[in-house]
Write a protein that binds this ligand. Structure first.
Ligand SMILES: Nc1nc2c(c(=O)[nH]1)N[C@@H](CN(C=O)c1ccc(C(=O)N[C@@H](CCC(=O)O)C(=O)O)cc1)CN2
Length: 291
């Protein structure tokens, strides 16, 4: 039996439409649109595409997009100055610094300089702490998108065994926190795990975020499991995920494709987070059930 394909493009389009409706309500109430500032440093072609897509999605949702494109010679101090300016700009509700930054930039210093209430990437330690302690805050977009896709298959995730493969601050750790918040039993495996696949084989839900093409074989998937593939790896044969898709789809119950799975959800969740940040900053309610 071939797995159900979880269509990230369709789920993202639906979320973007709901955000656009929320933006209309926000504009009617506040007389202005939410604003998102995106900072791109350097010429990385993939980053340039992502930033262009972010600007387009922001404008299509009816929000203001402010793009700051800087040369790859930009220093940490210059970036800190720009972030300070954006923190103080009332038209800017969300700030995102596109990663990766050039090696000479102190990326942690830049990310930590962002006002946590404008941190639509959810990478600031204050937002990581809010997530870990169950407080409301801005949640990293990729893991949030994964949860939304999981809910299309499992409206109630409580009690399911979930394995997250990878422990990055951007995906693995917040993913584990979000699954815990859904009352899953969560295991995180990583490069130093003794037998990562032994854990994966037990899982009802597998979230793969290691950045190694085809790292998880079909034989590691429990029959009927739901597989979320966060990997976006450029290879000679094209874009592939961290899971051997052809083999895994024959075993899994549901699986995300690459491309067309998690990637589109990341940008949809970014505009969702921008509307949430704008609403919280303005002290107006937003429709939690719709977002
Ligand atoms: N500040 C941030 N930097 C980065 C993030 C992030 O969330 N915040 N994530 C990634 C890049 N990224 C968004 O920035 C991103 C990656 C991929 C996609 C996407 O839609 N991918 C498509 C394939 C597109 C292609 O052909 O390249 C897909 O999977 O279908 C969206 C956003 C690193 N940096």
């Amino acid at each position: 039996m071939s797995a159900t394909i979880i269509d990230g493009k369709a789920i993202a389009a639906d979320l973007r439409a709901r955000v656009a409706r929320g933006v209309t309500v926000f504009r009617d109430q506040l007389g202005r649109a939410p604003g998102l500032a995106v900072v791109l440093v350097g010429e990385d072609p993939a980053s340039a595409v992502y930033v262009r897509n972010k600007g387009r999605s922001t404008r299509e949702a009816g929000m203001e997009s402010f793009e700051h494109r800087l040369p790859d010679t930009t220093t940490t101090d210059e970036l800190l100055e720009l972030v300070a300016r954006l923190n103080g700009d009332p038209a800017v509700d969300g700030i995102l610094v596109q990663l990766p930054l050039p090696a000479h930039v102190d990326a942690q210093a830049v990310l930590q300089a962002i006002d946590p209430d404008k941190d639509v990437d959810g990478f600031h330690p204050v937002n990581a702490g809010r997530l870990a302690t169950g407080l409301d805050g801005l949640v990293p977009c990729t893991p949030l998108g994964c949860i939304m896709m999981l809910r299309t298959v499992h409206p109630n995730l409580a009690g399911l065994d979930a394995v997250v493969v990878g422990r990055s601050n951007i995906v693995g750790k917040p993913m584990a926190q979000l699954l815990l918040r859904e009352s899953c039993t969560v295991t995180v495996v990583h490069s130093r795990s003794r037998d990562a696949f032994a854990h994966v084989r037990q899982a009802d839900i597998v979230v793969a975020a290691v950045g190694i093409p085809g790292f998880i074989p079909g034989s590691a998937i429990k029959p009927g499991a739901t597989v979320i593939d966060v990997g976006i790896n450029r290879t000679d044969t094209g874009l592939v995920g961290d899971v051997d898709f052809a083999a895994a789809r024959e075993v899994a119950g549901a699986i995300t494709p690459v491309p067309g799975g998690v990637g589109p959800m990341t940008i949809a969740c970014l505009i969702r987070n921008t509307l949430v940040a704008a609403s919280l900053r303005a002290g107006v309610p937003y429709d939690r059930s719709a977002l």
